[in-house]
Design a protein around this ligand. Sequence first.
Ligand code: NAD
Length: 252
Amino acid sequence: MRLSGQVAVVTGAASGMGKAIAELYAAEGAKVVVSDLRIEAAQAVVDGIEAKGGTALAVAANVAKEEDVQQLIDATVEKFGTIDILVNNAGIMDNFVPAGDLTDELWDRVFAVNTTGPMRTTRKVLPLFLEKQAGVIVNIASAGGLHGSRAGAAYTASKHAVVGFTKNVGFQYAKQGIRCNAIAPGGVATNIAASLTAPNPFGAERAMAGMSINPRTGEPEEIAKVALFLASSESSFVNGTVIAADAGWTAY
Ligand code: NAD
């Protein structure tokens, strides 16, 4: 097992990629904190993990709120003693709004979750990581964080910021045994369209599936395998970088 005895916190883990990552980490021996806004759905993921003999804990937390993030860290340390792996996965879409139609409210809401959220969790785990001179951070960015995207301006900018943050953290703490990398998924079949607060212009439940230049839609488990590589010692020399997992979309 590749994550035996490791303690992993996964945000936004009640569905989609976060759920797949939590399940795979648990299957590889990690004790997993399944955190999400939606505690009942998070508890269902925990129940599934425990039914397979794994160890997990559900914690309700809104990554956009400082006090929630503190409670998430505190609850994890209280239950499992430490944190070894942080996966910043929680994220929302932006209604595909172009820059000219942006409101401050939409911009701030998207950034609060997608960008400030990972900053808050990272800021809170770093003292733990520095104390033991070890720790791994995996940020779920987006293909939209690498190119102009077919999402709106707020989502695209928020994920570009995650890529920049990843590189900075990876560089700054490399000598302290801490690694920070990101995954840039292409369109993946999840429930993220549920975070749209206006009609999806692609008219499909799967928000990203309508993009004609997307070679194909991925499955959450395909991203989880990349997240496993980045969390495990197999990627010990990989730091401050972004792995595109998009069937070649960003090769354009
Ligand atoms: P999803 O909607 O299935 O999962 C996201 C989870 O995050 C949900 O369970 C939701 O409740 C939770 N969440 C939302 N806001 C939160 C908050 N403030 N605090 C805590 N939890 C919150 O979507 P997904 O596609 O699995 O998304 C996971 C990540 O992947 C996101 O960061 C998303 O931007 C990114 N991403 C998705 C795609 C795609 O095509 N689905 C592509 C590239 C990147």
